[in-house]
Design a protein around this ligand. Sequence first.
Ligand code: A2P
Length: 274
Amino acid sequence: MLEKRLTLSNDTTLPLLGLGTWQMPPGEVTYQAVRDALATGYRHIDTAEGYQNEEGVGRAIKDSKIPREDLFVTTKLESHIKTYQGALDAFDASLKALDMPYVDLFLIHAPWPWSDIGSNHDAGNIEAWKALETIYHSGKAKAIGVSNFSPRDIDNILSVAQVVPHANQIGLFVGNPQHETVEYCEEKGIQIIAYSPLAIGYALKDPLVVKMAKKYGVTPAQLLIRYTLERGAASLPKSTHQHRMEENAAVDFRIDKADMAELNRYENDPRQFN
Ligand code: A2P
């Protein structure tokens, strides 16, 4: 499964499965997790300036001696940066932290600062998007996109965009099917990338997930990850344990139509099962 790839609208390809690094402590924990993931066969690593672990990701990649062109690395613009120059500067800082000449995908992390979720930054997002287009044209990001953007947030960017975002990375998992955003992005040719496919671990205990995993003879984590792939998304399970990285990549099975319909209908905050 780790060799399977998806193609973005600009013909860049990315491995279907990647390692998520959100909530991985910076420094040695991130370094070791990325080394383990690369040794397991992962070739797609997702980080962000906001995770403060780009340095560990970059160092692990360098030490692995895997040719850079065999890897797909994503990072993200901090959510509070909503100016053209601020975005260019932050991108340079990310490249420096990663110690890389380019990234494969650069995303606006969120339409609003994490400190003020839901606030309106339409003008700032347009400024930031113009900076991402400049970066894309420079060749230092092979693809560009957004994260946590609703259809309305994307429409705002499209009102001026020369480059349609190549991807939208969203929290997609059983219980949070995100139908509106997924359908909208499909229509526009914007690839969905699923972060937190396990709902940060909470969905592993969901009774429907546990029951259905048993039916397919897989683990709850595998069912949850496969669900995101069946939705047409790339998927970024996070783990700092190599045996789980292996488990999370062993998802070469299909969820049948009726079960997908049941999972797609399921809307539930998974945290209540914790
Ligand atoms: P850990 O990093 O200790 O392995 P998400 O990808 O939705 O953000 O979920 C990440 C959470 O799920 C982390 O707490 C991670 O723990 C845990 N996790 C990842 N893979 C598995 C797995 N296969 N089985 C159980 N827990 C897992």
